[in-house]
Design a binder for this molecule. Structure first.
Ligand code: SF4
Length: 210
C-alpha cells in the first residue's frame, strides 16, 4: 500500500518535472514568432500564423491509413512512410509550445496546370521552411524542425538512399496530422478535387523550440 503511494507520488513528481522542463525549454519569444512570420511572407508564403501545437493540431490514425492507401508517394519517396523514423509524432509535436502554419496557395487552370505547379509549390514551401529552421537555430532554438506540404520533391526521383538527407523533410500528413480539419479551426477551408475548385494549398508546419 505504502509502496503504491510512493510510486504514485514519484510518477507525479516525474511528470511535473517533464512538464516543467518542456515549458521552460520550448518557449519562443513573441518577437521571434513575429520575425518568423514576417520572414515566411518575404520568402513567398501566402499566409502564416501561429498555433499552439498541443491544443490546435488534430491527429487521426485514419490519416495514416489514407496516406498508406491513397497516396502514390507511399513506399516511393524516402521521406514518406513506411521509410520515415518510427516515432510517436503526436507526442513529439505536442512537446512544442508554439508552431507556425505556413501556406503556399496556387491557382490552377486545369489538371495539367496543377501537375506543373505541384513541384514548384512543394519546393517553395520546403525552401521557406528550411530557411526558417536555419534562422530559428541562429536565434537559439536549436531543436527547431519542420514538416513540409506534399512529398519531398528536391530530386526528380528518390535513389536507393536519400540524396539530401539533411534537407529532405517529412510531409505533415505522414505524421497523422489531419491538416484539413486543423485549418478549419482557423476558418480556412481546403476544397477537393482541386481541379474543380481551381486552386490548391501547400501547408507546412514550423516548430521552433529548444
Ligand atoms: S531529397 Fe531527393 S532522395 Fe531524398 S526524399 Fe527528397 S526527393 Fe527523395
Amino acid at each position: 500500500m505504502e509502496e503504491n503511494k510512493l510510486s504514485q507520488a514519484t510518477n507525479t513528481g516525474l511528470n511535473k518535472t517533464y512538464e516543467a522542463l518542456l515549458k521552460e525549454r520550448s518557449q519562443v519569444k513573441e518577437k521571434d514568432l513575429k520575425y518568423f512570420q514576417k520572414r515566411a511572407r518575404e520568402l513567398g508564403a501566402t499566409k502564416v500564423f501561429s498555433i499552439n501545437p498541443r491544443e490546435d493540431i488534430i491527429f487521426q490514425e485514419r490519416v495514416r491509413v489514407a496516406c498508406a492507401n491513397n497516396c502514390f508517394h507511399y513506399g516511393v519517396k524516402l521521406s514518406c512512410p513506411p521509410y520515415i523514423p518510427d516515432l510517436d509524432y503526436e507526442k513529439a509535436i505536442k512537446e512544442y509550445r508554439e508552431g507556425l502554419i505556413v501556406l503556399v496557395n496556387r491557382e490552377i487552370k486545369d489538371f495539367k496546370d496543377f501537375e506543373r505547379k505541384r513541384t514548384e509549390s512543394t519546393n517553395t514551401i520546403h525552401g521557406i521552411l528550411l530557411k526558417l529552421e536555419g534562422e530559428a537555430f541562429n536565434r537559439g532554438y536549436y531543436l527547431t524542425t519542420s514538416f513540409i506540404g506534399g512529398s519531398c520533391k528536391l530530386c526528380l526521383e528518390c535513389d536507393e538512399t536519400c540524396k539530401y538527407p539533411k534537407s529532405s523533410r517529412i510531409p505533415v500528413e505522414a505524421t497523422g496530422i489531419n491538416i484539413i480539419k486543423t485549418l478549419e479551426k482557423f476558418d480556412i477551408y481546403l476544397r477537393f478535387p482541386v481541379e474543380k475548385h481551381k486552386k490548391f494549398s501547400r501547408v507546412g508546419l514550423l516548430l521552433p523550440g529548444k
